[in-house]
Design a protein around this ligand. Structure first.
Ligand code: NAD
Length: 432
C-alpha cells in the first residue's frame, strides 16, 4: 500500500524544501500516518505529539578572557509515561528547540520499540565546543546541569552523550548532580567512563545493533552475508563499528566515506587500514588502497546494503531514485527525509528505520543504568548477548507489525511504538 494513500484528511503538505526538512515536521509526517492507521483518538493524538516539558535555560559563563558570555541550553522531555526520560545532550552552534523536540520524540518511540522502561528526551547547548577551551566546556556543562537539577535524576531524566559530548561531559554531569544531592548518583547519566559506572560494550552498542538488524533484514530478503556488498556513509562511532562487525560476518565493505571524502574498492576495503589512516590523519581524505569517488556517489553505489551513519537528510527526494541498495540500515538519526520514503518504497528497498536500527545505543545505556542501580557489573559478553536478543526481538516485532498493516518497516515501527505508549497512557489514566 502506498504511504500517501494512508495520510489523514487533515494532513498538510509541508512547504517544498529540496534537501532539508524541518526535523519535527519530518517526524510528525510519519507519526500522522501511524496515528491514522491506529485510529488514535484526537485527545491521545494531541497528548502524544506534544512534549510534556520544554525547558530553555540561560548559561552565563566567564570566558578565559574574563568576558561574560551567555549560552542557551535546552532540555525537552517528550514523554515519560513508560519511565524516566532518556536522551542525549548535544553541543552545537546550530541546534534549535524544534530539533530537540523531534529528537526527543524519536527517543520515546525508540525506547517503546525496544521495550525499555524509559520515556524520551533530548537536550543541548548552543555552542561550538571546538572553539572553546576544555575548562569552558566543563563550566558550561556544570551550569547547564545545575539549571536542570529539578528534572534530572536516575528516576527522573537521564541524559547520555550525543553530538560533541562524550564520556568526560557525562562525568561532569554526574559529579555536579552528585555534589548537589550529597551522594554519588551514577545512574543519573549513561555513556560514562567505565571507572564511574559505565558499561562494557556501550561504545560499540549502536554499530553492533546495526549489524544485528542488518543480518535479520538480509535473512528476510534472502541475501547471505558472505555473498553481500555493503556501503557505509560516516566512519565515526556508528559507521566504523557497523562496518567492522558486518565484515566479521562475511560482508564485503566496498564503499566508505566521511565528512572529508568517499572511497570505493570492489574487492573490499581494508577497514583496519582505514581506521589507522584516520588515527594518523583525523579524516579519510587521502586514504590509499581504494578509489576516490565524489561523496554524492557513495550513496548511489551498486550494493546490497547501504548504512547511512553520518547525519540527517542524506537520502532525499533528489537522490532516493538513484539508490541501488536492497537494504538501507539507518545508523544515523533521520538520514532519510519524509519525502524520500515513498520513492524508496516504490523501488522495493527494505529500509530499517533509525528508531529501530540505531536503538542499540540506548539499549546498552539502559543496561548501564540497570547495572548502576544494582551495583553489579556485567561482562562484555553478557551485554552483547542481551543486546542481540533485544535487537532481534524488536526487529521481528516491527516486521510483524509492518506486515499486519501492510506498510513499510518505518511506519510499522511508529505504529508499534505509538500503540504501546497510548495503551500505557490509557492504563495509567489522565491525572488531573
Ligand atoms: P561521529 O561523530 O562519531 O561520526 C560521524 C561520522 O560522520 C564521521 O565520520 C564524520 O566525518 C561523518 N560525517 C559528518 N558529516 C558528514 C557528511 N556531510 N557527509 C559524510 N560524512 C559525514 O558520530 P556517531 O556517534 O557515529 O553518530 C553518527 C549518527 O548516528 C548521528 O546521526 C547520531 O545521532 C546517530 N546515533 C549515534 C549513536 C551513538 O551511540 N553514537 C546512537 C544513535 C544514533
Amino acid at each position: 500500500m502506498a504511504v500517501e494513500s494512508q495520510l489523514p484528511a487533515n494532513y498538510k503538505e509541508p512547504a517544498p524544501i529540496l534537501d532539508k526538512e524541518n526535523p519535527f515536521e519530518s517526524m510528525m509526517q510519519r507519526f500522522d500516518v501511524a496515528a491514522h492507521l491506529l485510529n488514535l483518538e484526537p485527545g491521545l493524538y494531541e497528548y502524544l505529539k506534544t512534549p510534556v516539558k520544554q525547558i530553555v535555560v540561560s548559561i552565563p559563563i566567564a570566558l578565559d578572557s574574563g568576558e561574560i558570555k551567555v549560552f542557551e541550553g535546552y532540555r525537552v522531555i517528550h514523554n515519560n509515561i513508560l519511565g524516566p526520560s532518556k536522551g542525549g545532550i548535544r553541543y552545537a552552534p546550530d541546534i534549535s528547540l524544534d530539533e530537540m523536540k523531534a529528537l526527543a520524540a524519536w527517543m520515546t518511540w525508540k525506547c517503546a520499540i525496544m521495550s525499555i522502561p524509559f520515556g524520551g528526551a533530548k537536550g543541548g547547548v548552543k555552542c561550538d565546543p571546538s572553539k572553546l577551551s576544555q575548562l569552558i566546556v566543563e563550566k558550561i556543562t556544570r551550569r547547564y546541569t545545575a539549571n536542570l537539577l529539578e528534572i534530572l535524576g536516575p528516576d527522573g531524566d537521564v541524559p547520555a552523550p550525543d553530538m560533541n559530548t562524550n564520556e568526560q561531559v557525562m562525568a561532569w554531569i554526574m559529579d555536579t548532580y552528585s555534589m548537589h544531592t550529597k551522594k554519588t548518583a551514577t545512574g543519573v547519566v549513561t555513556g560514562k567512563p567505565l571507572l564511574l559506572g559505565g558499561s562494557l560494550g556501550r561504545r560499540e552498542a549502536t554499530g553492533r545493533g546495526c549489524m544485528i538488524v542488518t543480518l535479520s533484514a538480509m535473512d528476510k530478503v534472502g541475501i547471505k552475508p558472505k555473498d553481500s556488498t555493503v556501503v557505509v556513509q560516516g566512519f565515526g562511532n556508528v559507521g566504523s563499528i557497523a562496518a567492522k562487525l558486518l565484515r566479521e560476518q562475511g560482508c564485503k565493505i566496498i564503499g566508505i566515506g566521511d565528512v572529508s571524502a568517499a572511497y570505493y574498492n570492489k574487492k573490499g576495503i581494508d577497514l583496519d587500514k582505514a581506521q589507522e589512516w584516520i588515527k594518523q590523519n583525523r579524516t579519510l581524505a587521502g586514504f590509499p588502497g581504494a578509489e576516490s569517488i565524489p561523496q554524492d556517489d557513495l550513496l548511489e553505489l551498486d550494493c546490497d546494503v547501504l548504512v547511512p551513519a553520518a547525519k540527517e537528510d542524506q537520502i532525499t527526494q533528489r537522490n532516493a531514485g538513484k539508490i541501488k541498495a536492497k537494504i538501507i540500515c539507518e545508523g544515523a538519526n533521520g538520514p532519510t527525509t519524509a519525502k524520500a520514503d515513498p520513492i524508496l518504497q516504490d523501488k522495493g528497498i527494505l529500509v530499517i528505520p533509525d528508531i529501530l536500527a540505531n536503538a542499540g545505543g540506548v539499549t546498552v545505556s539502559y543496561f548501564e543504568w540497570v547495572q548502576d542501580r544494582i551495583g553489579y557489573f556485567w561482562s562484555e559478553d553478557r551485554v552483547n548477548r542481551r543486546l542481540e536478543k533485544m535487537m532481534k526481538a524488536a526487529f521481528n516485532a516491527v516486521y510483524a507489525t509492518a506486515e499486519q498493516y501492510k506498510v513499510p518497516l518505518r511506519i510499522g515501527a511508529y505504529v508499534m511504538a505509538i500503540d504501546k505508549v497510548a495503551k500505557t497512557l490509557k492504563l495509567r489514566g489522565i491525572y488531573g
